[in-house]
Each structure stands twice: as C-alpha cells, then as structure tokens.
Ligand binder design. Structure first.
Ligand code: 5GP
Ligand code: MG
Length: 183
C-alpha cells in the first residue's frame, strides 16, 4: 500500500491493514444518499437529522450538505464500546437531543451498525418522543440478518473487520482519515 506524505503523517506511524473504501468512493455514495433522502421528504416534514456521536460526525457533516431540503441538525451521545474492539452490549445515553422531535421527520445517522444493539436501545427512546417518522441512515452495515430495526439507508455493506476512519475510531485514533480502512 503506497501512502502520500499527508496520509503517512495522519497515521503517525500507526498501521492500517488496507483501505476498504477510498475518499472518492465515500464521496460518491454520500451524494447518492443525499439524493435518496431528499426524494423521501418535503419541506413541510421539517426534517431533523440526528447524529449519533462521535462516530457519525464526518458522515453527518457531508450528508446534510447533500440534502436539498431545509434541515435541522442535532446530536445524541451514546457509549457502547469503551476502548475495546468488541461491543459490551451496554448502551449508555450521555446526551439526548435538545430539539423537539414531536411531529417531525427524524433521520438518525449512525457510523456503523454491527449487532444492532445500539439501535435496539436508542430507537424506542427516540420513538417515545413522538416523531412523525423515524428512519435510520447508516454509513456502514456489518450484519444484514434481517433485524427488526434494519436501517432504511445504508452507505456500504461492510466486511466483518474492524474499521476506522471517516469518523470511526479505535481508542479515539483515526477519526480524521478521509477514507475507511481496516485495522
Ligand atoms: P452495534 O450496537 O450495532 O453492535 O454496534 C454499533 C456501534 O459499534 C457503532 O456505533 C460503532 O460505534 C461501533 N462499531 C461497530 N463496528 C465497528 C467497527 O468496525 N469500527 C469501529 N470503529 N466501531 C465499530
Ligand atoms: Mg461509535
């Protein structure tokens, strides 16, 4: 794998195994997702895009700029992985969106859906706040085993490897990579 000096400097000597989705592939797919989401709503739906921090911050920033509708943005913070690479199944909500969800079209934006545990825990809590509709848009989807909460929009089906970059971290490293890589 040949890296540019800028890419070398971003990694600071840490190793990645391979690039899974290049910055160009991600950009093209995010444009398509923006178009698809645009087609599904009208201005009067008062679309609210809620990003799950921290992992979704890069994806959300790019995605909302591809939605050709009035949009509001909020975030929620949940924590499930700690510093490991394996989910503990324990999802804590550290920050709830301040916006009123009531009567609005809400799209929850996730970096990656793996076991679906995070969605299973969070969606009922958002649903309880009475949105007119509630959909999920995830950049990456690891397991596609017909879960009750399967996301409406999926950027890419992901290989079963630990991925970093474009918002995704390992122990807070690698979030700023413009591509998605496997560790
Ligand atoms: P789930 O609850 O669906 O099992 O896992 C979802 C959360 O686990 C994601 O929001 C993400 O933070 C984390 N996660 C799952 N797979 C990966 C991965 O390959 N890389 C990183 N960085 N996080 C992951
Ligand atoms: Mg995460």
């Amino acid at each position: 794998m040949t890296l540019t000096p800028q890419e070398e400097a971003q990694l600071g000597g840490r190793e990645i195994r391979r690039v899974v989705f290049t910055a160009e592939e991600v950009d093209a797919r995010v444009r398509e997702l923006g178009r698809e989401i645009t087609e599904c709503y009208r201005p009067e739906d008062r679309l609210l895009v809620v990003g799950l921090l921290k992992g979704s911050f890069v994806f959300l920033a790019d995605l909302v700029r591809r939605i050709a509708l009035p949009v509001h943005v909020d975030f929620l913070v949940a924590s499930s992985y700690g510093k490991g690479k394996v989910s503990t199944g324990d999802v804590r909500l550290l920050y709830d969106p301040e916006s009123s969800l009531s009567g609005r079209a809400v799209v929850l934006v996730e970096d990656i859906v793996d076991s679906g545990t995070t969605l299973r825990k969070l969606l009922p809590r958002l649903q309880a706040r009475d949105p007119a509709s509630l959909e999920v848009c995830t950049l990456l989807h690891k397991r596609t085993d017909g879960d009750e909460h399967s996301p409406r929009w999926v950027g890419f089906d992901a290989p079963n490897e630990f991925l970093v970059g474009y918002g995704l971290d390992h122990a807070e490293d690698f979030r700023h990579l413009p591509y998605i890589a496997s560790l």
